[in-house]
Design a protein around this ligand. Structure first.
Ligand SMILES: C[S@@+](CC[C@H](N)C(=O)[O-])C[C@H]1O[C@@H](n2cnc3c(N)ncnc32)[C@H](O)[C@@H]1O
Ligand SMILES: [Mg+2]
Length: 224
């Protein structure tokens, strides 16, 4: 699967389709948190960024293009191999490390992202603690994940896995966290959490940012 990551029609097709929408969300979160200029090209200039569960770098690369000094970590070494190979092709300087968040060994970052990862981890409370510990004072954490609803079961398991849009067995619906559950995990480690933003899908418009959090959502949290 590692080599297939950057194929927009391959097994990560869904993540490719999510990318424009989640970059728009991240851009707005970055500009609002650091009071940036929404028209600037490099809102992350001078900022360190950690992307946890980076896969082959689908998000890490655009974050580097926004000016961030980006580190990506992923539990699967073959994904890190694919990520490093792709960054070399595109000429981007990104630090990639295999492992969980512990791979960064106590370092802290201005922006920490972990999109579509926590639904795959065995111990979400411990994972959230690791994310929070990696956020520098004054920093920002952005997480996205599927909600645990009848809609997410239908769309992501029955339809997406049933038709092969997402590889079968990718998701365990019972592990999905609702926004209140994920918010509670973040608050338990001292983070201040903003209300969730929805990532919804319609046949006519594809993926869009919306108030509808039934399918998938973002949470933004700050230290303090
Ligand atoms: C669905 S992919 C998302 C990739 C990327 N964040 C994106 O949205 O394009 C989930 C990734 O999380 C990684 N992963 C799962 N559990 C992890 C953990 N505990 N620490 C770091 N990476 C993890 C997997 O290897 C996989 O690459
Ligand atoms: Mg997932």
């Amino acid at each position: 699967m590692a080599a297939d990551w950057w194929n927009p029609k391959g097994s990560s097709a869904m993540l490719h389709r999510l990318n424009p929408v989640r970059l728009a969300y991240l851009r707005a979160a970055i500009d609002s948190h650091w009071d940036g200029d929404a028209a600037g090209f490099t809102p992350l200039a001078g900022k360190t960024v950690l992307d946890v569960g980076c896969g082959a770098g689908l998000l890490a690369e655009p974050l580097a293009r926004l000016g961030g000094q980006v580190t990506g970590v992923d539990a699967a070494p073959e994904n890190i191999g694919a990520a490093a190979a792709h960054a070399a092709l595109t000429g981007l300087s990104i630090e990639y490390l295999a492992g969980g968040v512990e791979a960064i060994a106590g370092r802290q970052f201005d922006l920490v992202t972990s999109l579509e990862v926590i639904e795959h981890v065995a111990d979400p409370a411990a994972f959230v603690r690791g994310l929070a510990d990696a956020v520098a004072p004054g920093g920002l954490l952005v997480v996205s994940t599927p909600n645990r609803t009848a809609l997410s079961r239908l769309a992501m398991i029955t339809v997406a896995e049933g038709t092969g849009m997402i590889p079968r067995g990718t998701h365990d619906w019972d592990r999905f966290l609702t926004p209140p559950e994920l918010t509670a995990h973040l608050q338990a480690v001292g983070m201040t959490v903003s209300p969730p933003a929805g990532l919804s899908f319609s046949a006519a418009r594809g993926f869009t940012l919306s108030d509808d959090i039934a399918l998938d959502y973002f949470l933004t949290a700050t230290r303090g």
